[in-house]
Design a protein around this ligand. Structure first.
Ligand SMILES: Cc1cc2nc3c(=O)[nH]c(=O)nc-3n(C[C@H](O)[C@H](O)[C@H](O)COP(=O)(O)O)c2cc1C
Length: 194
């Protein structure tokens, strides 16, 4: 059973090279995010692509656990605010959902181009806000760390292990249901085997 190759090839790799990315390549990644679907086509995502001087400032927002990300030549801040998108009953605030779709589009385009693109939530939001001059009403929802594949010098031993080990996922039947809540989907995902 084949899936979209970029879906299976994408992983949260931490071995990233410091080599600069071409401006055109960065534009293509941002353009991929722009094509994401959104409620009423509201396009609530705002992306700050940080390179050069701003990137140096943004790196200071990363804690020890995400030190591996300090070498990347590009960090993209995904920001949004709830009022930019549909706010429907039963807690359906679509700004976060739609910004996630935009992030996934960027991840897949990066993967197609042989790049590594790894979303993170581990950073100081206050420092991110300051570094990119994000207005107070926007949420700095995620950073995406982007670069070419590199060596694993900056990685902790467990991080090296994780990178080479198998993909960890719950069984399909635990998260996908067959028509009724918690009635497990009866067939396994390809990598779960028969
Ligand atoms: C919202 C979000 C926050 C994450 N935060 C971090 C992080 O701070 N540091 C990190 O190394 N990985 C982070 N990750 C990566 C996840 O750990 C990774 O996607 C997950 O373990 C599944 O592995 P895979 O993406 O290789 O399939 C984050 C991923 C997402 C979507």
């Amino acid at each position: 059973m084949d899936l979209l190759p970029e879906l299976t090839a994408r992983r949260a790799y931490r071995s990233i090279s410091a080599e600069e990315l071409a401006g055109e390549e960065v534009t293509a990644l941002l353009a991929a995010a722009r094509l994401a679907p959104s409620c009423f086509n509201n396009q609530p995502w705002r992306l700050v692509a940080a390179r050069g001087e701003i990137l140096a400032k943004l790196r200071e927002a990363l804690p020890e656990g995400n030190k591996w990300a300090t070498r990347a030549p590009l960090l993209v801040v995904f920001a949004t605010k709830a009022s930019l998108d549909c706010r429907l009953d039963e807690g359906r605030d679509y700004a976060y959902f739609d910004t996630g779709l935009a992030a996934m589009a960027l991840l897949l385009e990066a993967t197609r181009r042989g790049l590594r693109a790894h979303p993170i939530a581990g950073y100081s939001p206050a420092k991110v806000r300051k570094a990119v001059e994000l207005p107070p009403d926007f949420v700095p929802l995620a950073l995406v760390v982007v670069g070419k594949p590199g060596d694993d010098e900056l990685l902790a031993p467990w991080q090296k292990e994780r990178e080479r080990g198998p993909r960890e996922r719950k069984p399909l039947g635990e998260v996908a249901y067959d028509g009724l809540w918690e009635r497990p989907w009866p067939f396994p995902a390809p990598e779960e085997g028969a």
